[in-house]
Design a protein around this ligand. Structure first.
Ligand SMILES: Nc1nc2c(c(=O)[nH]1)N[C@H]1C(S)=C(S)[C@@H](COP(=O)(O)O)O[C@H]1N2
Ligand SMILES: [Mo]
Length: 508
């Protein structure tokens, strides 16, 4: 047999494979199961990846990590589909083993998800049936061609026609499923129609801006706010379906609906949120006007037992974090936020409800799509990132950043306005100092911050003389803490070190 005849067999495998993905995707969408099996597998891979490895990968590919992972899985699938098609030339059984193997991976991935139900297996089974039934049907004309060489070219035309029709049908089925499911679009619509009467629009305090061009704005717009989470597809939670269960070491368990929550009245505050994975000088930090319900009041309502020391928070997609009780019950107004910068939470920032706790990194506090509060003890639980080598406790470390000049900038000689931001939430910033070319620390000017829970802009003027220079910054907390220059990695509890930028001054 001439080698070119392999091609249609490979094509048959790919068309069958894609058709099976399409039917399983369509069924998942129609049953409004949150994820297709492929996405479930991607989430399983994320769960199984050791924290340090994940961190390094994110360091290299940045926010592209998830699209790359899904793309990688699809490439792997295409290879397996091709293999199954080629196997079908000589064996009836072996391609079925490929389909069974792939389905088994899909089933495991679906079943280990939080709150998995038997119905979640349906999309995988539909995909499997599609695969098993379609490949023999599709390859029948090719087999005819082998058995009756005189018919080969005719059979091949038949095959190509059938494959083409199936390919189009697969796309059609997937699209139809999307249209029928449309769960996410409903939530987008619910969010658009949602009226939160008590939410007031953000008004940054007049003194918050230092007035230096290109320093990041004191208020971070929602669209520019960094995004960090392990969810491949953004959970779509309708406010009317949302519940928060508060249970564990409490006197009276409580299940709140969205309306129950809002009925308790809103508190509002500027709070800066940052990620423990933020590198020195990095952008995984933002400041927003949050509106929500005080967690302290809710915990008082349920009656927390004396020997509890944390709340294990769980999100709709099964992510967890453990937050110290003291930070949820003291005067800092930790909240279940429903609005961000005066608008209902964007879906990707946790709609309809997320936690915000001033003074803690997001990974131990800021649960998006939060659905469960278990009052418990640190000794009895292990949260998502803690299981992966990050610290149990995550108070934010003092930090400062230079926004102007940018690293590598070319500037004119003369007086140069420099500036940036500094933060140590729930302690506050007392001062910022800058040093040019490793010289003495000089005091920078500080803008105003409404509370100790936000970052503060700073600025300074330096004398820029022609040549290459470096500028570094450090902050001093209201508690007297001077930001250390000792370099520490983001793992296990946040980076330290002075942000330094290199820049050049042109000749006069
Ligand atoms: N459900 C869920 N909530 C989560 C996370 C997550 O992976 N899943 N990541 C946390 C981390 S590590 C951070 S830094 C903040 C980021 O919040 P943002 O994406 O709104 O900026 O969310 C926290 N809440
Ligand atoms: Mo984070």
């Amino acid at each position: 047999m001439h080698p070119s005849s392999r091609l249609p067999w490979a094509l048959a495998g790919v068309v069958t494979g894609v058709a099976g993905l399409a039917t399983s995707y369509a069924v998942a969408m129609m049953l409004t199961i949150r994820e297709s099996p492929v996405v479930a597998v991607a989430e399983l891979v994320i769960r199984l990846t050791p924290g340090a490895v994940a961190e390094r990968i994110i360091g290299v590919v940045g926010q592209l990590d998830k699209p790359l992972l899904v793309a990688g899985i699809l490439v792997f699938l295409l290879a397996m589909f091709t293999l199954a098609g080629l196997m079908a030339r000589t064996s009836w059984v072996r391609p079925q083993l490929v389909w069974l193997g792939l389905s088994a991976i899909g089933m495991v991935a679906v079943l280990v998800q939080r709150g998995a139900q038997a119905v979640d297996l349906v999309p995988v089974l539909v995909g499997l049936v599609t695969w098993v039934a379609l490949l023999p049907a599709l390859t029948a004309p090719l087999r005819m061609g082998i058995d009756h060489p005189e018919l080969e070219s005719r059979e091949r035309r038949v095959f190509l026609m059938v494959a083409g029709v199936l390919g189009v049908a697969a796309v059609g089925v997937a699209t139809a499923g999307r249209v029928v499911g449309a769960g996410r679009r409903h939530v987008v619509e619910s969010r658009r129609l949602l009226r939160l009467d008590e939410v007031t629009p953000p008004e940054p305090p007049p003194g918050a801006s230092i007035g230096v061009r290109d320093v990041s704005p004191w208020q971070t717009p929602n669209d520019d706010f960094y995004l960090i989470d392990t969810a491949i597809s953004v959970p779509a939670v309708e406010p009317k379906d949302w519940r928060l269960r508060i249970h564990g070491m409490v006197d009276r368990e409580l299940v709140l609906t969205y309306d129950d929550l809002i009925a308790r009245g809103l508190t509002e505050a500027w709070v800066t949120l940052n990620c423990v994975s933020n590198e020195v000088g990095g952008g995984l930090v933002g400041n927003a006007w949050w509106s929500g319900v005080r967690i302290a009041d809710l915990l008082e309502e349920v009656g927390v037992r004396g020997d509890a020391d944390c709340v294990l928070q769980t999100s709709e997609d099964g992510w967890t974090c453990a937050t110290p009780l003291t930070t949820l019950t003291d005067e800092r107004d930790a909240m279940l936020a429903v609005a961000m910068n005066g608008r209902p939470l964007p879906l990707e920032h946790g709609f309809p409800v997320r936690s915000i706790v001033p003074g803690l990194y997001g990974y131990v506090s800021a649960t998006k799509w939060v659905v469960d509060f278990e009052v418990t003890r640190f000794g009895d639980v292990a949260a998502f990132w803690t299981q992966r080598g990050w610290s149990e406790q995550g108070p934010v470390k003092i930090a400062s950043r230079i926004d102007v000049p940018r690293s590598g900038a070319d500037v004119d000689p003369g007086p140069l306005e420099v500036g940036g931001l500094a933060w140590k939430q729930h302690t506050g910033i007392a001062g910022v100092e800058i040093a040019l070319d490793g010289g003495a620390w000089e005091r920078a000017r500080l803008a105003e911050a409404p509370t100790d829970d936000t970052w503060v802009q700073w600025a300074g003027t330096i004398d820029a003389t022609p040549g290459d220079h470096s500028l570094r910054v450090r902050a001093i907390g209201r508690d007297g803490d001077v930001q250390t220059g000792a370099v520490a990695d983001v793992v296990p509890d946040g980076a330290t070190g002075w942000h330094t930028v290199e820049f050049s001054v042109r000749d006069a």
